[in-house]
Design a protein around this ligand. Structure first.
Ligand code: ADP
Ligand code: MG
Length: 690
């Protein structure tokens, strides 16, 4: 790795001794580089203002000259006050300080002074919070944006002390801030150099200067991040050679034409992306995002068909047995005019049936198998597994992928993950960085909007009447029980209570009960009764969330809707609106906060999952959006994924070009960036080994 003066320890900086260096260590600042890259989180604007146009009570910075002698006063409770007249422009103002008695000797008539404080327009008085004598101070704040750093309160560091150290470090190590971006990139994007940006991020001359610094540093941060991700992807591709096959596009097109509906442009686009991967020699590792009802299943079917044509078996993995049954049925339907053999493999098969299914898989008699986790059990082998698709929040760990690989001699099958959790593209390419992302951002034509209404708990009688009316007409309803945070037990109790109440209220309807404490078999039993309309109203905790399809269910009632995330509400709502009848979603909630109310209104206003997640993000910020812990989102120093999404897109393109191309790895021009990437943890050895 290249040597840089920036990697020296802090004691090299004038003004930092062993003691101070130790304090900085505690802040995670170990080297000169750490110090220079410890950025301010905001700036105080000390632009000198004009008194005449400043409002009463506003904070102001002015420049003036002391006139006459200071006066000091003792106040009750050991407090004191010093005041002095200062000429500012053509005003004579009074500057006052509290508890700064020692200043009296310094406030000599005629000295130029910079004052920051609260302006009292009626008394022509400034209550000073900060001042600087302009005849002695070296680094004047005048006309500057002054950086403010986040400093731990227990280390006894002051803002001004820290500023001085940063200032000193920049002076001493400016020369060492060698740019790792080639000049042509700097020119192309009109970026600041690294030197300029480090100087300006700490001590901007004005807003624009600071902005330019931030712009450059955000690009660097995102570029390096994306480069690491692309490197990971390159590694994956090296380590998991995939199946290079011929796609029979003519036959695939004919299959698409034979479908009972024409595909949306978005569906066609993602099919293109998927088939493109399947042709390559690396194994596909792709995330397919599409809102509920956007038509992911048929996309999966087309991929499975292409996979079949190229001589391989396919597997579709889903989280529950019910879903497996539904998917198997719809695939059989879609493949009705082909010779594809679809089979179901779930945990509830009898031993004998299971053995028969596994046997047919192994002999290659089955082309597509749909199942739950039972699919990746030890004794399940394929003759030639070429494509694995997982539906709904099924994420394989590395281990499970290894199991999958073992199931088909040496080549990794292509893997497609389908999810209905819509995440804005910027977040998706960051959170799922090593995967390729395809997005279906369009709904099939003629889809009816689910009418959504927010009601208060006291209007619940009306909700019951509404359910009554629709169930009498032959429809069905879901009722989602209130959610008690962190307590599965209480959730279940709630569901049971509501189940009993509804039972009393609707003696003529059959009510079903579903919750997480039921055994899988019991859940499936309730669910299949609901599918067959033997149960009209299904009371459930949120376990019903995942992809079931009951087109006759047209009402979704959600208790305590304000306790759910918007994405989750949207998923729940996606359970209705799947058939020919108008559907309704009723949110029962009494949110206290303005944000809570806003969230209910968002649900009323839009049915678009991407729009919802975008607005949810605005309300919550990306960390919260994913849930901080499991987010998988990196912590950036400067970059903000919402604000900087354009830069992220550019950085991603550039990173892809560099990492997957040849030039970056060999050209001298990129050497410094290679070193920088290695320094930030670029997994180099593995790539070079591969
Ligand atoms: P999801 O993306 O939620 O899994 P599905 O694949 O279950 O959505 O599709 C929802 C419904 O829309 C299904 O009944 C499916 O047959 C239908 N569908 C899918 N694509 C189209 C299309 N292009 N035009 C009309 N209907 C479609
Ligand atoms: Mg689906």
């Amino acid at each position: 790795m290249g040597y840089s003066a920036l990697d020296q320890s802090l004691v090299g900086v004038k003004g930092i001794g062993i003691q101070k260096a130790r304090q900085f260590e505690e802040m995670g600042i170990h080297t000169v580089r750490d110090l220079l890259f410890y950025f301010p989180y905001r700036y105080v604007d000390y632009q000198v203002k004009d008194l005449a146009t400043t409002n009463h009570g506003e904070k102001i910075t002015v420049e003036g000259t002391i006139y006459g002698q200071p006066v000091s006063k003792r106040l009750p409770k050991k407090r004191s006050l010093v005041s002095v007249k200062v000429v500012v422009d053509h005003f004579m103002v009074t500057a006052i300080w509290f508890n700064r008695a020692y200043l009296k000797n310094q406030l000599q008539s005629g000295r130029p002074i910079l004052l920051t404080g609260k302006w009292d327009k009626y008394r022509l008085q400034i209550t000073v919070s900060e001042h600087e004598f302009l005849d002695t101070s070296k680094t004047t704040k005048k006309g500057h944006l002054v950086p403010v750093y986040s400093l731990p309160s227990d280390l006894g560091l002051t803002q001004s002390g820290f500023r001085k150290i940063i200032d000193q470090a920049i002076r001493q190590y400016y020369y060492a801030l060698e740019d790792y971006l080639p000049q042509e990139v700097i020119d192309k994007y009109k970026l600041y150099t690294l030197k300029e940006s480090i100087r300006a991020i700490h001590f901007p001359n004005d807003r624009l200067d600071g902005k330019m610094a931030r712009r450059r540093l955000v690009y660097d941060e995102l570029l390096l991040y994306q480069m690491r991700i692309q490197l990971l992807k390159k590694l994956n591709r090296q380590n998991w050679p995939g199946i290079k096959r011929k796609i029979e596009f003519d036959k695939v097109k004919a299959f698409i034409r034979s479908l009972p509906f024409s595909l949306t442009d978005a569906q066609l686009r993602v099919i293109g992306e998927i088939l493109g991967d399947m042709e390559q020699s690396y194994a596909m590792n792709r995330l397919l995002q599409g809102d509920v009802g956007s038509g992911k299943t048929v996309v999966a079917a087309v991929a499975l068909y292409a996979n079949f044509l190229s001589g391989y078996q396919g597997a579709l993995m889903v989280p529950t047995e019910i879903l497996a049954e539904q998917h198997a049925a719809s695939l059989k339907n879609l493949f009705a005019n082909t010779t594809i053999q679809v089979e179901l493999l779930t945990g509830s098969l009898t031993e004998k049936n299971r053995e028969a299914v596994i046997g047919r898989l192994q002999m290659g008699l089955t082309d597509v198998v749909v199942g739950t986790h039972a699919l990746i059990q030890e004794d399940v082998y394929f003759k030639q597994l070429g494509l694995v698709i997982t539906d709904e929040q099924h994420r394989f760990g590395v281990e499970q992928r290894a199991i999958l690989r073992r199931k088909s001699d040496h080549l990794s099958p292509d893997v497609l993950y389908m999810t209905a959790t819509p995440i804005p593209r910027t977040l998706a390419i960051t959170a799922y960085g090593d995967m390729d992302v395809s997005i279906i951002d369009q709904y099939p034509a003629g889809r009816k909007k689910v009418e959504t209404h927010w009601v208060r708990p006291k209007q619940f009688e009306k909700v019951l009447a509404f359910i009554d009316k629709h169930v009498r007409k032959g429809r069905q309803a879901y009722v989602i029980a209130p959610l008690i945070e962190e307590s599965d037990k209480l959730d279940v109790q709630n569901a049971i209570d509501i189940y009993q109440q509804l039972g009393d209220f609707f003696p003529n309807f059959k009510i079903g009960l579903m919750h997480g404490r039921l055994k899988p078999k019991e859940k499936d039993e309730v669910m299949s009764q609901f599918i067959k309309n033997e149960v009209q109203i299904l009371v459930s905790t949120t376990v019903v969330e995942v992809g079931v399809n009951v087109p006759n269910a047209t009402i979704m009632v959600i208790y305590d809707a304000d306790r759910f995330g918007l994405a989750q509400l949207h998923q729940l709502r996606g359970r209705v609106g799947r058939g020919e009848h108008q559907s309704y979603c009723i949110l029962v909630a009494d949110p206290k906060s303005e944000t809570g109310k806003e969230r209910m209104r968002i649900m009323e206003q839009t049915n678009n999952g991407f729009e919802i997640s975008r607005r949810d993000l605005e309300l919550r910020g990306p960390g919260d959006f994913f849930g901080v812990k499991q987010s998988g989102l990196p912590e950036f120093k400067l970059a903000d994924l919402m604000q900087d999404y354009r830069t992220l897109e550019v950085a991603k393109k550039d990173a892809e070009f560099l990492i997957h191309g040849e030039v970056f790895w060999h050209d001298l021009k990129w050497e410094k960036l290679r070193i920088e990437l290695e320094r930030v943890g670029g997994l180099f050895e593995q790539v070079l080994e591969g």
